[in-house]
Design a protein around this ligand. Structure first.
Ligand SMILES: CCCCCCCCCCCCCC(=O)SCCNC(=O)CCNC(=O)[C@H](O)C(C)(C)COP(=O)(O)OP(=O)(O)OC[C@H]1O[C@@H](n2cnc3c(N)ncnc32)[C@H](O)[C@@H]1OP(=O)(O)O
Length: 181
């Protein structure tokens, strides 16, 4: 990935475009974590994802922990955090292959309460690809011991930059239609 260098935050500022998407490459942290729009100003993943990489077998591996700010019950993660981080990390698998996609469907199994501020791991792989659809699955485990805490599977649909332009046009039409009411 072409970059313009690493700033004080350790976030690499890209200057290239993803092949085939026409979209600017998203910034990555020193740990290789692609930052979404909401996390760019902070320069870190607010969900607590610290490292991400693609291994030789094509499996994406993440190191993370649930920040205390996402605590639900005492010392355990809010289920919304678990679902959000699984959505985010499963969607990073196409990104790691240079492909932009959006979540079309997501199913989450909450196997055990997820402790906050403990090292966790997440493995993500593609079960299969059909046309523009990626069928992706993943498993979250406690880093020491490997006990399974949560599983997720879903469908991601590949997109290019026209996705956002179409959405903006659709939204403008909705706003216009309601203004006369
Ligand atoms: C400027 C930007 C920078 C970028 C930076 C990024 C960086 C960071 C990363 C951040 C990333 C954040 C990412 C996020 O946060 S994603 C956020 C959550 N997800 C969304 O917002 C998606 C909202 N939904 C949609 O936009 C549409 O409904 C989609 C795109 C999903 C389908 O719309 P549409 O129907 O018009 O698409 P199509 O006609 O081209 O169909 C395509 C294919 O898909 C099949 N299909 C469709 N739906 C489903 C379904 N539910 N189950 C199974 N399959 C489904 C369909 O049959 C067809 O199959 P085939 O005929 O090809 O076989």
């Amino acid at each position: 990935m072409p970059t313009t260098g690493t700033g004080e935050s350790g976030v690499t500022a890209p200057n290239g475009h993803w092949a085939g998407t026409g979209l600017p490459e998203p910034p990555r942290t020193a740990g290789g974590v692609t930052l979404c729009g909401g996390c760019r100003a902070l320069g870190a993943c607010r969900l607590g994802v610290e490292r991400e990489r693609l291994d030789e077998g094509g499996v994406a591996r993440f190191e993370l922990s649930c920040p205390r700010s996402h605590e639900g019950g005492p010392d355990v993660a809010h289920g919304g955090w678990t679902a959000a981080v699984l959505d985010d990390c499963l969607g990073h698998l196409p990104l790691l292959h240079g492909v932009m996609s959006v979540t079309a469907e997501l199913t989450v199994s909450f196997v055990k309460p997820v402790p906050v501020e403990r090292p966790l791991e997440l493995r993500v792989w593609a079960d299969r690809r059909e046309g523009s659809r990626w069928y992706i699955a993943g498993e979250m485990t406690l880093a020491p011991g490997g006990a399974v805490l949560a599983r997720a599977s879903g469908i991601w649909v590949t997109r290019d930059r026209s996705h956002y332009a179409r959405h903006a046009k659709w939204l403008a039409g909705q706003v216009e239609a309601t203004e006369g009411q």
